[in-house]
Design a protein around this ligand. Sequence first.
Ligand SMILES: Cc1cc2nc3c(=O)[nH]c(=O)nc-3n(C[C@H](O)[C@H](O)[C@H](O)COP(=O)(O)O)c2cc1C
Length: 177
Amino acid sequence: MNNIIIYGSKYGTTKKYAEELSKKTNIKAISFKNIKDINNYDKIIYLGGLYAGGVLGMSKTLKKLNNITNKTIILITVGLSDPKDEVNINNIRKNMKSQLPEEIFNKSKIFHIRGEIDYTKLNFTHKTMMKLLYKAVKNLPEEKKSAEDKAMIDTYNQKVSFIDFSSLNNIIKEINH
Ligand SMILES: Cc1cc2nc3c(=O)[nH]c(=O)nc-3n(C[C@H](O)[C@H](O)[C@H](O)COP(=O)(O)O)c2cc1C
């Protein structure tokens, strides 16, 4: 079996999770930017940071898969919003469905784990995006705020980490399944 962990990470959180997963499974971890031919692998574990609903690098990487009949695909999103919130999970999955070929989405096992943010590290575009989003949602009535809105309001302009390597345990079980 030729297995691979691929990650899409802009500020390093997803990379940290990918490297921990690599250590615990003995599967090599590589950035989506450096992957040569994804069709060489039998088991593909993709971790991507969430950016405005998109999973960084996922679509670009997985659409190069030709034949998935004998492949195992595990997808993991890393975001700030609460991965235990049902509405949030449904939202993330709906977005993922629109970013992937249908057969890949249907075949994949999907997990959601929580990341971190450090506003001092964000680039200008991301800082501006967050400022606009924050202004748009901060005065919404409580019941209208989504899990994403709440996570953003609670962490705005701060350095906050929800990294929890124990959230990888279920994923490791699935990988070894
Ligand atoms: C511009 C921007 C957009 C984001 N959009 C989302 C989002 O839609 N949902 C979410 O849960 N987290 C969102 N986040 C939080 C990131 O997913 C989180 O910081 C993650 O840990 C980033 O992973 P990375 O460090 O590997 O790039 C966003 C962060 C930024 C800066």
